[in-house]
Write a protein that binds this ligand. Structure first.
Ligand SMILES: [Zn+2]
Length: 73
């Protein structure tokens, strides 16, 4: 799988680490509770998911992508 870095171009997935950017419900207003929700409660949704990808073996910058969990990308 190839991920396109906005700074380095097309790079293999082995150069990246990533995680889901979960949507925290508006009903959770306490900042600490919102951080816990973001860190530990992932939706593992089917379909399009927003994720933060860090180009660890490249420019060492973050980029946000939308990945479809049903398919290849
Ligand atoms: Zn890069």
């Amino acid at each position: 799988m190839i991920i396109t870095c906005p700074h380095c171009g097309d790079r293999p997935i082995e150069e990246w680490v990533h995680g889901e950017i979960p949507v925290v419900p508006d009903s959770i207003t306490d900042p600490d509770a919102r951080d816990v929700d973001r860190a530990y409660f992932h939706t593992n949704a089917e379909g399009d998911v927003r994720e933060a990808w860090f180009h660890l073996a490249g420019c060492r910058r973050w980029t946000t992508i939308t990945r479809n969990t049903r398919g290849y990308v």
